[in-house]
Design a protein around this ligand. Structure first.
Ligand code: BGC
Length: 371
């Protein structure tokens, strides 16, 4: 009997909020899930994983002959490198032949990626896993792939609500696997809020003075992390003051130069540096150190992803905290969804996962779990 992959409770349909950089007010709606819902979600996720394992076991023999095409928006992205390596080894562990798994680099160019998708269609792959360069191109990608009769699993860059609704309305074999970035932004804000105003307010103006370094606006994660990190501070009762808000495109070098500029301009008034991901936070740390500032003593720094280097910085105190973006759970869910399409079990149209706060208290444990 067909077994459906269970839908996460995490809201999937939120529309892309404004992605323009610049200091702006936080939104009104709260993303946090109630503890009971969290528990229920865990149970549901466990059940889904068991079901996927059973399906994979049953289909194991067949999977070796199946072809998977994987499109990554850009190989040089640190987080997507972790994601794709884990995805590949998990696909092999589930029974795919490594020779039948092809992973290609979109080089951050949608034209290039669209050609790669067309090549996969011509080759006749059994399933496609796509991390789009432009999530705004999702409708075109979906049409191409669906018209070719190939099931499609989107990862990491969530298409908008209108596009997702189309999959459900037409009952197409298309799904999205990812986390709700509002949760990660909220956790970043909470990590700072937990320090208390006295510890943060070095210039004594009664406010939290911060700079924000944003990821690529093509990924809704950037907008949500920006908005919800600030909102968490406001919800905790703090007054905030945005000194600077710049787009660093998820990249370390850009994080470094943008934060160097901000520190040169705003000097000791910068109390907190929020970065939408760890790569940019690692760049920010270089700029902070070059400016003679000391994290934990006269400035705070938070990122997202829990890259090994960032976790080591959290343990050493050179980063205040980060948020674990679970590439293991996401890559496994993406592979399980691909298998469910191949076996005919099918999937819901949104498959979520949870972020985890990483501070000095648990960074060692998270690091250990990743090794
Ligand atoms: C990660 C970033 C990554 C981006 C790629 C985000 O979820 O946090 O590190 O660069 O995805 O789209």
């Amino acid at each position: 009997m067909a077994m459906k992959k269970v839908l996460s409770i995490v809201a999937a349909s939120a529309m892309a909020a404004s992605v323009l950089a610049g200091c702006a007010a936080a939104p009104a709606a709260a993303p946090a899930a109630a503890p009971a819902a969290e528990e229920a979600k865990e149970e549901v996720a466990e059940a889904a994983e068991e079901a996927a394992d059973e399906v994979a076991e049953a289909a194991n023999g067949d999977l070796a002959g199946k072809k998977v095409g994987v499109c990554i928006y850009q190989f040089s992205d640190n987080f997507m490198t972790l994601f794709r390596n884990e995805l590949e080894s998990y696909l092999v562990a589930q029974g795919f032949d490594p020779a039948n798994i092809t992973i290609v680099d979109g080089k951050n160019d949608q034209g290039e990626q669209t050609n790669q998708i067309q090549n996969f269609i011509t080759e006749g792959v059994d399933v496609l896993i796509i991390n789009p360069v432009n999530s705004s191109s999702a409708a075109t990608i979906t049409d191409l792939v669906h018209d070719a009769g190939i099931p499609l699993v989107y990862i990491n860059r969530e298409p908008d609500a209108q596009e997702e609704a189309r999959w459900a309305d037409n009952n197409w074999d298309v799904t999205y696997v990812g986390c709700d970035a509002r949760q990660s932004g909220t956790m970043q804000g909470e990590i700072i809020a937990d320090l208390g105003l006295d510890a943060i307010d070095f210039n004594g103006n009664g406010k939290i003075d911060y700079i924000m370094i944003e990821g690529d606006p093509e990924n809704i994660d950037a907008a949500y992390r920006t908005e919800y990190s600030v909102k968490a501070l406001e919800d905790a009762g703090f007054e905030v003051n945005c000194l600077d808000d710049q787009v660093g495109m998820w990249q370390q070098e850009q994080g470094q130069s943008l934060v160097a500029n901000s520190l040169a301009q705003y000097g000791n008034d910068v109390e907190v540096v929020f970065c939408n991901n760890d790569a940019m936070a690692l760049g920010a740390l270089q700029a902070i150190q070059a400016a003679g500032r000391v994290v934990g003593e006269d400035i705070y720094l938070v990122g997202v992803d829990a890259l090994t280097e960032a976790l080591e910085d959290v343990i050493a105190g050179t980063m205040t905290g980060t948020v674990f973006n679970d590439h293991i759970s996401q890559s496994h869910s993406a592979a399980d969804a691909a298998i469910n399409y191949i076996t005919g079990a099918g999937n819901e149209h949104y498959i979520g996962c949870d972020y985890v706060k990483a501070t000095k208290d648990n960074a060692e444990d998270i690091l250990a779990s990743l090794q």
